[in-house]
Design a protein around this ligand. Structure first.
Ligand code: NAD
Length: 443
């Protein structure tokens, strides 16, 4: 496993659990030292136990040396990052560098599995780079590259990997495709393994993420309409999500999508299309709506607080881009807090898991509180940005009582508006009618 991040570590641990002999490697020495020493570098439900178990069984090992990881390996997974590059294109430098390293280090026949999310044509490029490095050594080990994109979600990554809806295997070499498919046979029934060509497999990943992002932007657009026509998006969501043709998933109105995948993958899909002269207009709109969604919610805070945030303390609950993870990549909280600071507010953040990561990712002027209640204390507004279960279990009356002004912006529609209002809050969700307690409404 080359690259031991969210995807590489989960894939490595789950394949070890399925009985395979896995060595994870990474160029990040600190990460490997943590793992080799019995620790775990990321927060992901069930992962620490899975890593521990397989490490102790001797099926899961860690090294910074690629050559050591490749010794005797039949298959090498590429799970390195593909961050956003120039013009929204995927930055393939890590993937292509790793391909060179494989070519320099491999000692026999090898199937390379492209697990990273990569644009159409990358598997062909990876194969060419490995062959070039082999040629430079004057050796001719057989090599095939198979595209096997990953669909796990952070927060439920282990479960997603072990109980996938499908496994996509894109191979132009049928034997290599069969070998990769066989790795999953202990995990998923064979009818859920979808064999296809490499370009289709590569595009499947981007099309899936663009579609899910589109569902989010669609419901956010409808949420805005709800606010204008005095309808409730949560009712509309139930009304449409119960239709089996539509389904309830990814229809939660909120602050818009973030995270390490959707923003960059939507941009990379647009970039791929542009390169061949096509404009996918629905995906363009998905991105535009997502951008506007954040701006709209910041405008909502400013408007509801009387137009001037100077000298106001704003408490923020939740920093991670979603619950169940400590990942701060492209978390909406980064932009929202920086916009609030830009308007002169004092911003205090609390997150149950991602405090260290948030400290590194956010503007240095952001302050941090050790718990939800002290975060809200003396604040003029409370903004919920990540729907951690902890926030649903709190005594809202006690929270409202400790604030300077009990104003709640629930930008994940995570709390019950009526209960919030009964607890003394002025409540503003997304696509829901504002709830103003009687004593405030009378002012
Ligand atoms: P990550 O940043 O958590 O991990 C990538 C790792 O690769 C890092 O630890 C980095 O040090 C290492 N690395 C980079 N170059 C290397 C090299 N040459 N040799 C060894 N190690 C190297 O990234 P991630 O979130 O795991 O994502 C990996 C890929 O999977 C991306 O293409 C991403 O789009 C895709 N993906 C991610 C998710 C997710 O939820 N995070 C889900 C599906 C697909």
């Amino acid at each position: 496993m080359i690259g031991t991040g969210y995807v590489g570590l989960v894939t490595g641990a789950c394949l070890a659990q399925a009985g395979h002999d896995v060595t994870c490697t990474d160029r990040d020495e600190a990460k490997i030292a943590t793992l080799a020493g019995g620790g775990i570098p990321i927060y992901e439900d069930g992962l620490a136990e899975l890593v521990d178990h397989n490490r102790s069984q001797g099926r899961l090992r860690f090294t910074t040396r690629l050559a050591q990881a490749l010794e005797g390996a039949e298959v090498a997974f590429l799970a390195v990052g593909t961050p956003q590059g120039e013009n929204g294109s995927a930055d393939l430098s890590h993937v292509l560098e790793a391909a060179d390293e494989i070519g320099r280090a491999m000692g026999g026949p090898l199937v390379v599995v492209q697990k990273s999310t990569c644009p159409v044509g990358t598997a062909v490029r990876v194969e060419a780079r490995v062959r070039l490095a082999l040629a430079a050594r004057g050796v001719r080990h057989p090599v095939a590259v198979v595209a096997n994109p990953e669909f796990l979600r952070e927060g439920t990554a282990v479960r997603d990997f072990l109980e996938p809806d499908r496994v996509v295997v894109g191979a132009d070499d049928p034997a290599a495709g069969r070998l990769v498919a066989s790795l999953y046979l202990g995990i998923v029934p064979s009818e859920r393994i979808l064999l296809m060509d490499r370009a289709s497999a590569e595009l499947t990943k981007y099309a899936a993420n663009a579609f899910l992002a589109t569902k989010i932007s669609f419901i956010n657009d409808i949420a805005h309409l709800c606010e204008l026509v005095e309808a409730d998006v949560e009712s509309v969501r139930r009304g449409i999500g119960s239709d089996r043709r539509i389904g309830p998933a990814f229809l939660a109105a909120g602050i818009g999508y973030g995270g390490s995948c959707f923003p960059k993958d939507v941009k990379a899909l647009l970039n791929t299309a542009e390169a061949v002269g096509h404009r996918p207009r629905i995906v363009e709109a998905t991105e535009a709506v997502n951008r506007e969604q954040r701006e709209r919610q910041v405008a909502k805070i400013i408007r509801c607080l009387g137009g001037d945030l100077r000298g106001k303390k704003i408490a923020v609950w939740g920093a991670a881009f979603k619950p169940g993870t400590d990942d701060m990549r492209e978390a909406p909280s980064i932009e929202i807090t920086s916009r609030l600071l830009g308007r002169g507010a004092d911003v205090v953040v609390y997150d149950p898991v991602a405090m260290e990561q948030a400290r590194r990712a956010m503007d240095a002027r952001v302050q941090f509180a050790p718990d939800a209640l002290s975060c809200a204390a003396e604040a003029h507004a409370l903004v919920l940005l990540t729907e951690w279960p902890e926030f649903r279990g709190l005594d809202l009356g006690a929270v409202a009582a400790c604030m300077a002004d009990p104003v709640l912006f629930d930008f994940r529609n995570a709390l019950d508006p009526e209960q919030a209002v009964r607890s003394g809050f002025a409540y503003f969700g997304v696509g829901r009618m504002p709830g103003i307690p009687a004593h405030l409404a009378a002012d």
